[in-house]
Design a protein around this ligand. Structure first.
Ligand SMILES: [Zn+2]
Length: 582
C-alpha cells in the first residue's frame, strides 16, 4: 500500500481524541491538566500512566513507555504504524486520500456498491414493515421473541419472492453494482434476486455502512441461511455482525461477547448484553479480534458445552493469543444456544456464565492436564503442548503469570516449562522475556534529554520554532538524525507536529520525548522558554567539549604531544568565546 501523507496522518491524530482512545483500554481519571490511570504496559498498583489531551501525548513514569495516540495503539494492539493510522482514520471518519487518489474509479465503484447495499437494506426493511408480503416475517419475529425495537436497531428486513430487488436496483441504475456484491444474478437481460422469501440481516461495517446480508428462511427449507459472497465490500473473516450497534456498549462495558449467529447476537442485545457481536459463521479470526481490540481487550467467546464446542475453544485460544489477547470462554449448557438460554432461563443465567468464564489458556492447560493422566510421558507431552501455546503470549507480564499457573496445573517445574516456551517464540519476544518482568524506565544521559527537550518545546510551542532555528541550538545536537527532524519541524511553520515526530522517531525516542512533553515545565510558554535557553547552553558546552576531544585525539594521532594539542584546544575555545561575546 502506498504511504499515507504526513498531513493526513496529522489530520487523523488531531481528530482522534487520545483520552477517548486510551480510555477504551485504561480506566482514566482526571488529575489537573492530565488524566492518569494504571499502566497497561507494566504491572503497578498506583497510577503513573499519564495522558494529556492538549499535548496529544501519553507517558508512563513507571516503565517509561510513551508517545502519541499511534504509539499507544502500536504497543497495545501490536499494530504497525500504518495500521494504527488507518484504524483511527476509519474510526474518526477521515478518508485516507491516497486510496482515492490511486484509483479514482475504484473508489467510485466502491461508493456505488455501498449505495446498492443501502438501497437493498432500505428495500428489505420497507417490505418487512410496510407491505403485506412482510406479514409472515413479522409473525416469525414475534414467535422468535425479537421485539420491534431490536429488529429496527439491527435494521432487519424481508426479501419477498420474485425479482423485486432486481427491479428496484435497476430503476436506480445499480443493477451491475448489486451483482458485484451478490445481491442479484444477471444473465443477459434477465436479473434474479439472490435472496427471496428470507428474513434479512444486514451486515454493517464498524462505521455502520451496509456491506453484506445474511438471509434466513422462515420455514424448514434448506439451506437455512444464505449469506452474501465475499466481495470488494465484504470479507467475512474481517467483519463482525452487530459491531456498529455494539461498539459504544463494548467501549463502555470494556468487554465484548462473541456469539455465532445473528439471532443470538440480537437476543443477547435485547436481554441487556448490548456489547455482543457475532462471528459471521466462521471460527473467530485474528482480524476479527484485532477489530474488537480497538474497543476492548476483554473478549468473551461463546462455545457449546459439547465435544465440538470443546474442540472449537481449544482452537480459539491460539487465535486469541495471536491477536495479543487472552480471551475467556463462555460454555453454553447442552440443549441451549445463547438465544434460548436468555429466553428460557433469563438474563441472569447468562450473566452468571460470564462471571464464571475462565481464561481460555487456563481451560486449555486444564484439559491438557486431564488428558495427560499421571504417566510421565503423558505429562511431558501435555507440557510440550502448553509450552507451544505459551510461546505465543507476547506480554511479558502475562507470560510470567500464565507460565507459573500452568506449571502448577501440570505438575511440572516452572523453569522447564518457561525454557521450553522460550524456545518456541520468535527471537524478539525471547529477548524481551529475558529481561525482568518489572520494567523500569531506562536511564538517559543529560545530552539526550537536552536534545529531546528542544524537540519537545518545538512540538508544544509553535511560536518558539523560529527562535529555536535562529539560536543555532540544532547545530549543537550530537544526534544528527534528531537535529534533522527538529529542523524539519521548526521549518513547518505553526502546523501541529505530533504526527511528524511519531513518524520520524524511533520507539525509544518516542518514549523519552513523551516524558518531556508531559513535564510541567512545558505547561507555560515562559518556563518553556527558560528551559530552551538552558538546553541551548548545555548543548553548546557539550559540543565544544566534543570538538576539543576531537582535536586532542587528532593531534595525538599526528604525533604531537598532548600538551601541544591541549594548548591548541584552549586557543580554539578562547577564540570561540571571543566570537560569542562580539
Ligand atoms: Zn508503565
Amino acid at each position: 500500500m502506498a504511504p499515507i501523507s504526513d498531513t493526513q496522518i496529522e489530520e487523523v491524530r488531531s481528530r482522534a481524541d487520545i483520552v477517548e482512545v486510551i480510555g477504551a483500554h485504561v480506566r482514566l481519571r482526571k488529575a489537573g491538566r492530565n488524566f492518569v490511570g494504571l499502566c497497561p504496559f507494566h504491572n503497578e498498583k498506583t497510577p503513573s500512566f499519564t495522558v494529556n489531551r492538549e499535548k496529544g501525548f501519553f507517558h508512563c513514569f513507571g516503565c517509561g513507555a510513551g508517545g502519541t495516540v499511534f504509539n499507544f495503539l502500536m504497543k497495545m494492539e501490536g499494530a504497525t504504524f500504518p495500521e494504527a493510522v488507518r484504524s483511527l482514520a476509519n474510526r474518526y471518519g477521515v478518508t485516507i486520500a491516497e486510496e482515492a487518489r490511486r484509483d479514482p474509479r475504484a473508489s467510485a465503484d466502491r461508493e456505488t456498491m455501498l449505495r446498492a447495499a443501502e438501497v437493498a437494506s432500505d428495500f428489505f426493511a420497507h417490505v418487512l414493515w410496510e407491505e403485506r408480503a412482510g406479514a409472515p416475517a413479522r409473525a416469525y419475529l414475534k414467535k422468535r421473541g425479537i421485539d420491534i425495537e431490536s429488529a429496527k436497531t439491527f435494521k432487519l428486513g424481508f426479501a419477498p419472492a420474485g425479482a423485486s430487488l432486481a427491479a428496484a436496483l435497476s430503476k436506480r441504475r445499480l443493477l451491475e453494482a448489486g451483482a458485484r456484491i451478490g445481491l442479484v444474478k444477471v444473465s443477459g437481460s434477465q436479473a434474479a434476486d439472490t435472496f427471496y422469501a428470507r428474513l434479512m440481516f444486514p451486515i454493517h461495517d464498524a462505521a455502520g455502512r451496509v456491506i453484506a446480508f445474511g438471509g434466513r428462511v422462515l420455514d424448514d427449507r434448506l439451506p437455512k441461511y444464505i449469506n452474501s459472497p465475499e466481495s470488494p465490500l465484504y470479507s467475512k473473516a474481517r467483519n463482525l455482525y452487530g459491531l456498529a450497534q455494539a461498539r459504544g456498549a463494548i467501549a463502555k462495558a470494556d468487554r465484548a461477547i462473541v456469539v455465532e449467529g445473528y439471532i443470538d447476537a440480537i437476543a443477547l442485545a435485547q436481554a441487556g448484553f448490548r456489547e455482543t457481536v457475532a462471528s459471521l459463521g466462521t471460527a473467530l479470526t485474528v482480524e476479527q479480534l484485532r477489530l474488537l481490540g480497538r474497543y476492548t481487550r476483554n473478549v468473551f467467546a461463546c462455545f457449546d458445552r459439547d465435544r465440538a464446542g470443546h474442540g472449537a475453544s481449544l482452537r480459539a485460544v491460539r487465535t486469541f493469543l495471536e491477536a495479543g489477547m487472552l480471551g475467556r470462554g463462555i460454555f453454553i449448557p447442552q440443549g441451549f444456544d445463547p438465544d434460548t438460554l436468555v429466553k428460557e432461563r433469563g438474563a441472569q443465567s447468562f450473566a452468571a456464565l460470564i462471571d464464571s468464564a475462565e481464561l481460555l489458556v487456563d481451560y486449555f492447560v486444564r484439559s491438557e492436564a486431564a488428558a495427560a493422566g499421571s504417566s510421565v510421558s503423558g505429562r511431558a507431552r501435555a507440557a510440550e503442548h502448553v509450552a507451544e501455546l505459551l510461546a505465543l503470549v507476547n506480554n511479558a507480564f502475562e507470560f510470567d503469570l500464565l507460565t507459573r499457573k500452568a506449571a502448577e496445573m501440570l505438575g511440572v517445574r516452572e523453569e522447564v516449562l518457561r525454557a521450553q516456551a522460550r524456545k518456541g517464540s520468535p527471537p524478539a519476544l525471547r529477548a524481551s522475556r529475558e529481561t525482568p518482568v518489572q520494567r523500569t524506565a531506562p536511564a538517559r544521559d543529560m545530552r539526550t534529554i537536552a536534545e529531546l527537550g528542544v524537540l519537545a518545546i518545538a512540538v508544544a510551542y509553535p511560536e518558539l520554532r523560529e527562535e529555536i532555528l535562529a539560536s543555532g541550538a540544532l547545530s549543537d545536537f550530537e544526534d544528527r538524525a534528531l537535529a534533522a527532524v527538529a529542523a524539519e519541524l521548526c521549518a513547518s511553520g505553526s502546523e501541529p507536529a505530533q504526527a511528524l515526530v511519531a513518524l520520524r522517531l524511533a520507539p525509544e525516542q518516542q518514549d523519552a520525548l513523551s516524558a518531556q512533553m508531559l513535564d510541567p515545565l512545558l505547561d507555560n510558554a515562559e518556563s518553556a522558554r527558560r528551559m530552551l535557553e538552558e538546553c541551548g547552553r548545555a548543548l553548546a558546552r557539550w559540543r565544544r567539549t566534543r570538538e576539543v576531544k576531537g582535536l586532542v585525539a587528532a593531534a595525538a594521532a599526528a604525533g604531537e604531544s598532548e600538551a601541544t594539542a591541549a594548548a591548541q584546544a584552549i586557543i580554539l575555545r578562547r577564540r570561540e568565546q571571543a566570537k560569542a561575546a562580539r
